[in-house]
Design a protein around this ligand. Structure first.
Ligand code: MEZ
Length: 546
């Protein structure tokens, strides 16, 4: 097999191979709290001002946000100037779910189970989501050696003590039950021969708590949830985006205006309760980073809910997954699951020095990689001007025995083999990649929003559960715990809702505020899909600013 690695990379790989046995004997020490703080302050993009702008309208006015997000919030609605007859209702349901990923599916199953008439609208296909693309696993403290309290402490520490305590408490307490639910629905988790669940370590975890389905956990969980939704004949309308929420005269959520992505036609969905499950914003490429996210991750839910009056929490914190593929260019930014490090692969610089413990929390590990790559002569140069560090994958088969990579990481193995890189034999190059928005629309303990009656949020669009830095495997858990909760509560609430006339008055009011503040950009939002055509000449995309 011909190698795509360049001569200077091969020279560095020789050093990696030369000290591999010695590195097996001594892993890098963990950083203390002061060292972590210093590292984050100097190298993590969240901690500087560059790439941020002040939000100048709405509930979070005066706070900072990535400049791309601020621009979305300062933009006019896509419905600006559109004449719509809101009486012309195409769908009339108890529960409208916006988004067809894991959280939306879990919500739909529960809402329908509670007797509600449910509609899912999704701008791409059912299942197209970050949930589908999750690899490494889902956390839940279901072992005798572990406890929800331990899970709580780990996640609180990882989140810099900013997690909303009541939300985190719900997440960890309901973790084992969520896992049982998935197991009974048919998710094929990795199990020991005696049928007990396998668990793996991870960044910031004090116990082995990660449950996986090889390295395609998200695809497996989403497969099962989607089958369940189809099996229950829950109504799904694909290729249909929500553009704005509808509110009635009492400020209650009353549905949404939709747009067919293929024809551009508008329609009206009236609903007694709405669940926003629109996912994240990785395709906004904040700070110029590449992303692991699916094509539709463009912060739509945040924009719609913010215009309707919701407030955001921690909109300024982004998770850069330490190991995004950095080479070859075709894979730039793709997820290299943390499970690779959890199984023993080390992070090394050009001199084969293990510069950080591989299982520091993600913000710390990513900052250490950025530091290494900014220092002259420490990163491994990649054509195009970027650089990366080694992830020494052959260690995995050495530690666990031959065949471990093939059985535990088949997706990773195949992804790199497509480019003539055999990660059983050679290390791979990685650099941080935009993986997750830590914050979002603030939710309360019942999955409801603080400001809008009848509006629930679940999944990555929600803010508060993870504080300012999520731990691995907690998002797959939150889509189940908070997706189900939103579905149950929305269905219950729908029984007693009396809606008035649905209107877009809040959108018109917001637009007037934009005009009065002199913020008009000429752009509209939500953008629904990334605009790569427009950005084709941009030089700052994908790590360029770094
Ligand atoms: O929770 C995640 O983001 C996760 C487990 C990702 C991964 O590295 O596979």
């Amino acid at each position: 097999m011909q190698t795509p690695f360049l001569p200077h990379m091969l020279e560095s790989i020789e050093k990696v191979e030369a000290n591999r046995a010695a590195r097996l004997e001594s892993e890098p020490r963990r950083l203390d709290a002061n060292e972590k703080r210093d590292l984050l302050e100097e190298f993590h993009p969240d901690y500087g001002d560059k790439g941020f702008a002040e939000i100048r309208i709405g509930a979070n006015s005066g706070e900072k946000a990535p400049k791309e997000l601020a621009a979305l919030l300062h933009s006019k609605s896509k419905l600006s100037g559109v004449n719509l007859n809101l009486e012309n209702v195409e769908y009339d349901v108890d529960v409208l779910i916006i988004g067809g990923g894991g959280a939306g599916a879990a919500a739909a199953i529960e809402a329908q189970g509670a007797g509600a008439n449910v509609l899912i609208v999704t701008k791409l296909r059912m299942g197209d989501s970050n949930s589908m693309m999750a690899e490494g696993g889902i956390q839940a403290a279901d072992k005798d050696t572990d406890s929800p309290m331990q899970h709580y402490l780990d996640s609180m520490g990882g989140g810099h003590y900013k997690n909303k305590p009541e939300l985190l408490r719900r997440l960890v307490m309901e973790g084992p039950g969520a896992l049982k639910w998935l197991n009974e629905l048919g998710v094929m988790f990795d199990k020991h021969e005696d049928g007990t669940m396998m668990t793996f370590p991870g960044g910031g975890l004090s116990r082995k708590r990660l449950h996986a389905c090889a390295d395609y956990t998200g695809a497996e969980i989403t497969r099962v949830l989607r089958d369940e939704v189809h099996g229950r004949r829950i109504q799904i309308v694909e290729y249909t985006a929500a553009l704005e929420l509808l509110l009635d005269e009492n400020g209650q959520a009353a549905g949404a205006v939709l747009m067919n992505m293929l024809t551009g036609e508008y329609s009206v969905a009236r609903a007694k309760t709405v669940i926003m499950a629109t996912g994240g914003s990785g395709r906004m490429h904040y700070h110029g980073f590449p992303t692991t996210n699916h094509y539709g991750a463009t912060a739509d839910g945040i924009v719609m809910a913010y215009r309707a009056g919701c407030n955001l929490l921690y909109q300024d914190t982004i998770q850069y997954h330490p190991s995004g593929a950095a080479f070859p260019a075709q894979l730039f930014g793709a997820l290299v699951t943390e499970k690779v490090r959890s199984l023993g692969a080390q992070l090394l610089n050009v001199e084969a020095h293990a510069f950080v413990h591989p299982l520091e929390t993600r913000d710390v590990a990513a900052s250490a990689i950025i530091r290494e790559c900014r220092q002259v002569g420490k990163g491994i140069e990649i054509p195009g001007g970027a650089s990366g560090v080694w992830l020494d994958t052959p260690l995995i088969d050495i530690i666990h025995g031959e065949g471990k990579i093939a059985s535990a990481l088949p997706g990773m193995l195949r992804m790199f083999l497509n480019y003539q890189i055999d990660l059983r034999k050679m290390p791979i190059l990685v650099y941080p990649t935009f993986h997750y928005q830590n914050g979002g629309i603030e939710i309360e303990n019942e999955g409801n929003t603080k400001k809008i009656e009848n509006l629930f949020v679940a999944g990555e669009a929600a803010g508060g559960i993870h504080g300012r830095n999520r731990l691995l495997g907690n998002s797959m858990l939150d889509i189940i715990v908070f997706g189900r909760l939103a579905g149950q509560n929305a269905a219950k609430m729908a029984k007693n809702v009396n809606l008035g006339n649905a209107s877009l008055k809040h959108v018109h009011d917001y637009e007037q505020e934009i005009a009065q503040a002199g913020l008009e950009t000429g752009a509209t939002s939500p953008i629904l899909l990334p605009n790569y055509i427009r950005d084709v000449n941009a030089t700052k995309i994908c790590g360029g600013e770094l």
